[in-house]
Ligand binder design. Structure first.
Ligand SMILES: [Zn+2]
Length: 167
């Protein structure tokens, strides 16, 4: 035996089932159930929750990108990322050799030539690029450089060789 929730009809005051929308005694339409007004606000809060989760995921994605983290979906992406990271790391090695690093203007790393990753030197990258910086006399000169780095772990590289024009 199922016990049904009961309510009183507001028109004839007879007992009727809680879920009833028409009174079986007087036949009048009954006011909609009490939960109806709360439904829209429930929907809004669910939407807000989704939005927050979406923003969180977006934030994590950007964070991952900013940190140069993995998460690359394909090997091509991974290789491209390794090239970009190698070019970035070489900039730092070159910067250390400059007389006036603060004046340095590097070629866009995406325009730098990055080669390597062949044979038994899969982790090595040769970056060919240039930097404009002031020399010891304060003159702005361009130095071409060829930088060889080896990928070790994570985003770490070690310098194998760096040849650059005299400053
Ligand atoms: Zn009734």
């Amino acid at each position: 035996m199922v016990v049904l929730a009961m309510k009183k009809c507001p028109f004839c005051a007879e007992e009727i089932q809680d879920a009833a929308i028409v009174c079986k005694h007087c036949g009048r339409d009954l006011p909609a159930a009490a939960q109806t007004p709360t439904a829209p606000s429930k929907k809004v809060s669910t939407g807000t929750g989704c939005l927050i989760i979406f923003l969180l995921l977006l934030g994590l994605g950007l964070l991952g990108r900013a940190c140069g983290g993995g998460g690359s979906s394909t090997a091509v992406d991974a290789a491209r990322e390794l090239n970009t990271n190698a070019a970035q790391v070489c900039k730092q090695f070159v910067e250390k050799r400059l007389r006036a690093p603060a004046t340095a203007k590097f070629q866009n790393i995406f325009d730098a030539t990055v080669e390597g990753g062949a044979g038994d030197q899969q982790d090595q990258r040769t970056v060919t690029s240039y930097v404009d910086a002031q020399n010891g006399f304060g003159a702005l000169i361009r130095s071409n450089y060829v930088c060889v780095v080896e990928h070790t772990t994570g985003n770490n590289f070690r310098l194998i060789d760096l040849k650059m024009d005299d400053q």
